[in-house]
Design a binder for this molecule. Structure first.
Ligand SMILES: Nc1ncnc2c1ncn2[C@@H]1O[C@H](COP(=O)(O)OP(=O)(O)OP(=O)(O)O)[C@@H](O)[C@H]1O
Ligand SMILES: [Mg+2]
Length: 279
């Protein structure tokens, strides 16, 4: 890799948002697993807990957080100061657990959080953003600030309908090529692929383009066990079905070529621009 190639990979983070229409479908489980997988594979990784109301990535990772995003918003801490090192290459950016007023962020505050990342000086290869469910303005702003959007969905009517609702509003501003669908908690690979094929067909009909299959994640009791024991799947059950599935998802996401930057506020905007110029 040439000088510019090396510089680009150390300065231009790939930012992946994990979202869903309906809540409780596995976003946090998948976001935490993705972050630990990337870190184990040698990538300098940040996990941003952007589900401010019910921040729970730190619970899954079993770490305590002295400070959180609320302190950054109040001007009491810098972003660097609230980072919690979880693994040699993994840092958590804690949301604001228990701070009610941050439950539904207004747009201005959301932009403030996104822009705060411009002040970080540490090199970052990947950032995973665990985003609240739904289609509130803050959710949409966070998602558009990411370069890739993972839409997690279960095989239930309300989950499918709400995932469709989310993709529909995102498609007003983003190309479906930056999104990836993840059927989660399915009984078989085939069931997941069918779910994706049907969903993508509807997207093709209404938006003129299909949605990529990020990967199928099987129903696996190790996910609940990891939550109960507050240990990531990578250490608790490295050969579990769910972890193998999420590894395949991680590799597919990382292997996807990124499109041009959208016009929305981006995480690490300056670095993304520099990377684009140098690439
Ligand atoms: N593939 C799976 N197999 C078995 N259980 C799963 C799977 N994915 C998620 N779960 C379980 O589903 C529940 C919800 O998961 P999780 O908290 O990750 O969802 P979420 O989308 O982040 O929820 P919220 O919208 O409340 O933030 C948890 O109890 C988790 O253990
Ligand atoms: Mg969650």
């Amino acid at each position: 890799m040439g000088l510019f190639g090396a510089k680009t990979s150390s300065t231009q983070p790939r930012v992946i948002g994990v979202a869903s229409g309906k809540g409780g479908v596995g976003k946090t489980s998948i976001a935490v697993a993705l972050a630990t997988i990337f870190a184990e594979e040698g990538k300098r990784t940040l996990l941003l807990d952007a589900d401010m109301g019910l921040a729970n990535s730190q619970i899954l990772l079993g770490c305590s957080i002295p400070r959180h995003m609320g302190h950054v918003l109040e001007g009491k801490s810098s972003l660097e100061e609230i980072l919690v090192q979880v693994r040699p290459l993994l840092h958590l950016v804690p949301g604001a657990s228990g701070v009610k007023s941050l439950g539904a962020l207004d747009e201005q505050t959301t932009h403030h959080i996104i822009r705060a990342f411009s002040s970080l000086e540490r090199p970052v290869d990947v950032m995973i953003v665990d985003i609240a469910a739904g289609i509130s303005p803050s959710v949409l702003t966070f998602l558009k600030a990411c370069q890739q959007q993972v839409v997690v969905m279960k095989d239930e009517f309300s989950s499918i309908a709400d995932a469709y609702g989310l993709v529909k509003v995102l498609a007003e501003d983003l190309s479906l090529s930056s999104m990836a669908l993840v059927p989660n908690g399915v009984e078989s690979q085939l069931a997941g692929e069918r779910l994706h094929a049907n969903f993508s067909k509807v997207c093709e009909r209404f938006f003129g383009e299909g949605i990529r299959l990020g990967g199928v994640v099987h129903q696996d009791s190790w996910i609940g066990e990891a939550q109960r024991r507050q240990q990531p799947l990578t250490t608790l059950a490295p050969s579990s079905r769910a972890l193998l599935d999420i590894k395949a998802l991680a590799h597919r996401l990382y292997g996807t070529k990124l499109g041009p930057l959208s016009g929305d506020t981006q995480f690490f905007f300056e670095r993304q621009i520099t990377g684009t110029v140098l690439a």
